[in-house]
Design a protein around this ligand. Sequence first.
Ligand code: ADP
Length: 470
Amino acid sequence: MNILFASSEIFPYAKSGGLGDVAQSLPAELKKVANVYTFMPLYASVDRLKYNIRSSDFSFDIPLNGINHQIDLYQKADNDFEFFLYNPVLCDRDSLYNDHYGEFGDNQLRFGLFSYAIIETMLRLKLKIDVIHINDWQTAIVALLAKTKYSLRQKIVFTIHNLAYQGIFHKSAMNELDLSWEECFKSDRFEYFDQVNFLKAGIFYSDAITTVSPTYAQEIQTPSYGHTLENMLLANNHKLHGIINGISYDVFNPLDDENIYKHFDKESYDLKLKNKIKLSKELNLGEPHRPLFIFIGRFTPQKGVDIILQSLHLLKDFEINVAVLGNGDNYYNAVFAKLTNKYPNIHIRVGYDEEFARKLYAAADFLLMPSMFEPCGLNQMITMRYGGVPIVAKTGGLKDTVIDYTEHYTKEVGVGITFEEYNLFWYMHAITKAISLYSNQKKYIKVAKHNMGVDNSWKHSAKEYMRVYR
Ligand code: ADP
């Protein structure tokens, strides 16, 4: 089977969150049984030298609305399966989708162009492709183009990683991207309250839709989680599949992660402590033997940052240490930045820092993940892989990957502390449960080691994707 896998971000070249991780690790697993061609934009931030990415001397123009947009193809010196597409409008920015002023105003052109370029490259290079797998709104227009303008024979699989981000733009994008009003500008297709909605087009025009956990696949068909597209999803649910994400067990491996202080695995679990002691000292957190709670993630309401903020002035009096790493909405960045040096037992860092994130995972006893909604979530799986215990709201993929330690559990699924209702009371209740679990070290270590043994790799889920492709 030959698969074209397109994503607006792929780790380690570019990553803003879970999509980047998945776009690296899922193709890596699929490559064991299929030919997988990956496509991403060659952003200015991609380190061409480090990854040996070179021009392949292949360029073409995409004429759209009276303008010729030139696309240049880049590839790695030692790899024919990874494609990087360069165009100045798409790529020459400091970040992927937005900066501190907000979303870029021309994202519809940038990612519309990327979608055209993916199809054009496939056709011009005569790549033999059976299935085109696209991800989130940024590549959703591939489905629309494939079924309308290009009438491609390839099947289209569309994965929704987060329904909250839909790519909604002014309808002038119709002409800008040279699309047929008659065919596409309809309320069950691309039109959305007299605007255009890229994600909607992906839902309508793809042959199969997947989303990143079985629970989220159900949730998004309801008004509470559907972000106004629940009826659209209900109408298309005959082609909707919920497949839980995995994580790369090569990228996230405490036994050889070069970012962490001391390597360890389940057998040498005691060594994990050295990571906590060293990091706590470095961060000037008093009493490094206290339980360490971490949060890593985008500062958006989705991730439960309001509850986290509400809790900090309570947690300052607890005999625990807390470390927070994140960035996101301007408002939250500013509020967290103000708290940076406020409490001696709470370390806050505003920013995006892969290396620091790994140090935190290696050191943490508990992960805080009080998400309002969570399509899948990778942090809880990474935490378990690094011998920690996640504290999660029972929603989406968190519900599918974490069972409360007081309930019956088997070796197939991770264990943590779960809470049902999204509010400060139940969140604090979960934290006190965590402290009580930690005070019984024998029990805590049993749970932590159990988590290290759980298989959250792509082994099972990649098979599910192969089944959908077939
Ligand atoms: P998202 O909703 O952001 O995609 P996921 O849980 O699916 O959330 O994936 C988040 C990924 O991004 C994880 O690998 C996590 O460690 C990483 N991450 C999130 N925020 C940061 C940050 N500020 N610095 C470093 N890594 C981060």
